[in-house]
Design a protein around this ligand. Sequence first.
Ligand SMILES: Nc1ncnc2c1ncn2[C@@H]1O[C@H](COP(=O)(O)OP(=O)(O)O)[C@@H](O)[C@H]1O
Ligand SMILES: [Mg+2]
Length: 458
Amino acid sequence: MRITSTFQADDGHEYEILPDPLGAGAQGAVKRGRRTADDCPVAIKRITDGAGRGPEANRELQIALKLHQQDSQHLLAPLSWAVDDADLLLVIPLAERSLAAELASHQNGLAEDALLPVLRDITCGLVELHAAGIVHRDLKPANVLFYDSRWCVADFGISRDLDVRTGTVTFQGHGTVSYVAPERWRGQPSTHKSDLYALGCIAYELATGHTVFAGDRDMQRHHHLHTPPPAAPVGSTLARWVSRLLDKDPARRPQDPAAALAALPRAPAPTGRLAAAAWQAQQARNEQAAIQGLAMTAAEAAAAERRQALADLIDLCASVDERARRDVPDLRWDDHGDIQRFSVDDARLEFILWRTTHNRDGLTLVGEVSTVGHGARRCAANIVCERSGDRLQWFLDTVARNAISGIVEEPAGFAEEAEFFTHYDHFQQGGMHAWERQRQVLTVAAVLDLLGDLLEAS
Ligand SMILES: Nc1ncnc2c1ncn2[C@@H]1O[C@H](COP(=O)(O)OP(=O)(O)O)[C@@H](O)[C@H]1O
Ligand SMILES: [Mg+2]
């Protein structure tokens, strides 16, 4: 029997469906509704034939039940559900408007100050989804809703829960193709990196009022696969953030939503708990990917990891360039891939990556940090990118002979690869030897210090 207007949902409450339509999507219609006991406004999404295989089979409902176990601030998931004939009704908190509606009323996009908080909200939503091990797969302005004074990611209709084996649904027929990442056009599965690409598309659209690429499906396909995205007309830091999200190569996008959030201008870093949870989920995701046969071959994974590490290093150098140039207008940064060079007059600071296959598990890229001043070259440190779990981290290592050896020297790096690896193995094994290693995380501040030392000496 088809419900006319009121029904009892799984949470024990009675709801009434009102005639006002809120929207229509791929799966059915969304209408305004209310909880009869207290008049609390809700949205009610009818999924045509959604109850056929049992409500539990509905992906959006499964994901909602999972999300309710976690405290998420930037996700808008169904509260409850009911079955109506063959249809499934999802009861969702009522949002004020969608980001698609917001964009429709800003034909030329939003000012940078106004769009940053929107991007922060959506990125937080992705961090929370990532923490739950869920890939959204359909992130676009119509699926971002304003609720309780913030933008929330909604519509988990084609999301995939990485903890549950579910068949792959292709994106064909699922609305617009303006937000579909290159790897998906190539027929590869969506990952968190594809959600990050969609976030880049949304960021571009918020800044300009139009999508990154225009045209019909075939043209969009061509552009997403081959056309370098135009730069977003925003400040350089945000423009770089957007262009990194829009990289054709998933391995060169930020590592995960938490990394994207940390890199967003003026956005606060994720709270420790969320970030930790996101990384944990990432590890679970890897295991799942392996089970589902989505894992890359070891060689492909190692190559992707090196591209990720290099992209992270270049991004860091770009930030250094941006920061240092305020104080040192003559500073020049040259990005030659394996060689990253900062120069001021004759003084140079270089990161030179070695391409040796060292076959050490967990070690992604290694190189030397050289300074050149008054014509003399000195190896000041080594840079080392290591994997811990599924995260890559760059370190700045210096060594000095320790007190046992009785020789006091300025901390330095190893300019010889063979020497570096011999000592690296010693340090990994622990125990006593004549060298002591000082390790710090390679940050913008650490590189600015190196530059400062160099300029002071020259
Ligand atoms: N909770 C809600 N509050 C207000 N409007 C909503 C709500 N959920 C959906 N809508 C409107 O309905 C549209 C389609 O809903 P969505 O959940 O994205 O369904 P579909 O899976 O069919 O795309 C949204 O873009 C939005 O405009
Ligand atoms: Mg939708």
